[in-house]
Design a protein around this ligand. Structure first.
Ligand code: BEZ
Length: 211
């Protein structure tokens, strides 16, 4: 079954490079980014894991725990971790799930048989502290992901969870946001007493409320 936005993220218990992970317990009160890789000792994945390790402080700032997955076993993960540190100049600083039993891959529908029935695709699941799936991405094996974009999208998800706003195209933290259509002008006067800039009645901009 495909996982859809708003679904509860399936729980699981699996081995990882940081010991056994009981996913929901491991998340605690944090958000999580769960992302899969086709296979150990593959070039694109090696660069992605190095980049996530480099960006870890940015995920920490947003109360996000990151966790990777590949369908190989722990011994391979340990050997690959050394290669990642050697080639990317940064050591893994988050767990990598050893999903040789395909427990998580099956629950999260990470194997797309028409692409390859033995490897996981590049899936990303952003899960909030209530364990709800808030964003999903699926990339093919040949295309590395842009984790700066994932951080940007998380900034939008966290902002729009707390305020009745949406973020426009290419928005970045600190830029103007849009009042959601469900908020009438009357309600907007109370929520945004400083006023707004309207380009159309339905296109109303306000400053980022967290700035
Ligand atoms: C990679 O991570 O480099 C990769 C994995 C599977 C197929 C193609 C590329």
């Amino acid at each position: 079954m495909a996982i859809r936005l708003g679904d509860t993220a399936p729980d699981f218990t699996v081995p990882s490079t940081e010991g056994e992970i009981r996913f929901h317990d491991w998340m605690g009160d944090s958000w999580a980014v769960l992302f899969s890789h086709p296979k150990d000792f593959t070039p694109v994945c090696t660069t992605e894991l190095g980049e996530v390790a480099r960006l870890k402080p940015e995920f920490d700032k947003r109360n996000i725990k990151v966790i990777g997955l590949s369908v190989d076993g722990l011994r391979d993960h340990e050997g690959w971790s050394k290669d990642i540190e050697e080639t990317q100049g940064v050591a893994l600083n988050f767990p990598l799930i050893a999903d040789s039993g395909r427990v998580v891959s099956d629950k999260y529908d990470m194997i797309h048989p028409e692409a390859d029935d033995t490897l996981t695709v590049r899936s990303v699941f952003v899960i909030d502290a209530a364990k709800k799936v808030r964003l999903t991405l699926t990339y093919p094996a040949s295309t590395g992901r842009n984790f700066a974009e994932i951080l940007r999208a998380i900034d939008s998800l966290q902002l729009t969870s707390d305020h009745q706003v949406a973020t426009p195209v290419n928005w970045k933290h600190g830029e103007e946001v849009i009042i959601v259509p469900a908020v009438t002008d009357e309600q907007a006067k109370e929520k945004f007493p400083q006023g707004w800039r309207a380009e159309k009645p339905y296109l109303r901009y306000v400053p980022d409320p967290t700035k």
